[in-house]
Design a protein around this ligand. Structure first.
Ligand SMILES: [Mg+2]
Length: 276
């Protein structure tokens, strides 16, 4: 039996406060030792994600900006495509999302009409992004290089505004989803769309046995790909909870006892343990 792991980054493989993934390392090493692909499914940008791929020495497919685009290693995509070379190798890019210019036009119109207590990441100064995210300035700059997904901060008491935004967005073919730190306004594509774009490029190989997909995530924006995985896993949050919207969407998902990257490693060992 072979596995493919699909994983969120923020608050799943990365620590909420520090973005460190040291506590996930035993799990990451186990995947590498067994030759199991690790496919990152993140709301981060291409530029940010490449940094983590390089640090983690992972060269598998990945998707960015909540399913806005999927990147397949060139070696796994023999057909012609939109080739792109990054530090970790050559990939074929599949654009799945809606251009940010369209998303911003809708967002600005909504802001003008309803004056909600929202603040889009692209309206923040670099210092504000650093303060809001805790990212170092160099990474914050990469987080601003967006193409398909608009993260925005919503102030206290924004529930009615968020509901209204989601209703109007869906009539325009857009959608709103919550990550850990930000809400995201984006096109119809989601991490589930990216899962479907990537999965066929990882056919059964190795021992020829059946392949089972494992999905790991912590927030509502992970529900779309966790729902497609054979084994969905909900990573516990630092406050001791499991995201209630994710837990409601996936009542049968495995839940980790430990939070963040430690929970990620716990999930890898629990899935790959010979006791299962
Ligand atoms: Mg997350």
């Amino acid at each position: 039996m072979t596995f493919i792991f699909f994983s969120d980054l923020d608050e799943t493989l990365l620590d909420r406060g520090t973005y460190d993934w040291g506590r996930a390392l035993p799990g990451l090493n186990l995947l590498k030792k067994k030759g199991i692909p690790l496919i990152l499914m993140t709301s981060k940008t291409l530029e940010e994600t490449v940094e983590f791929l390089e640090e983690m020495e992972v060269e598998d497919a990945f998707s960015v900006e909540n399913g806005g685009a999927a990147f397949i290693p060139r070696s796994r995509a023999p057909e012609a495509g939109d080739d792109i070379a990054v530090k970790t190798g050559s990939y074929v890019r599949k654009v799945l999302g809606t251009p940010l210019s369209e998303i911003l036009a809708f967002y600005r119109d909504f802001l003008e009409k309803h004056d909600p207590p929202f603040r889009a990441m692209t309206d923040m100064t670099l210092d504000e992004v650093v303060e809001t995210t805790g990212l170092p300035a160099a990474m914050a700059r990469k987080a601003l290089a967006r193409s398909y997904d608009l993260p925005f901060w919503a102030g206290p008491g924004s529930e009615d505004h968020l509901r209204r935004l989601a209703g109007q967005a869906s009539r325009k073919g857009l959608s709103v989803v919550s990550g850990g730190r930000f809400h995201h306004l984006k096109g119809a594509a989601d991490k589930g769309t990216a899962f479907d774009a990537i999965r066929p490029h990882y056919p059964c190989d190795g021992d020829g046995g059946p392949v089972r997909t494992v999905g790991l995530g912590d927030s509502e924006n992970d529900a779309s790909f966790l729902a497609k995985a054979d084994l969905p896993v909900i990573i516990r949050r630092l406050d001791g909870t499991w995201d209630p919207r994710l837990a409601a969407a996936l009542p049968k998902a495995l839940r980790t006892e430990t939070a963040g990257p430690a929970g990620w490693a716990e999930a890898v060992f629990s899935v790959l343990s010979p006791r299962r």
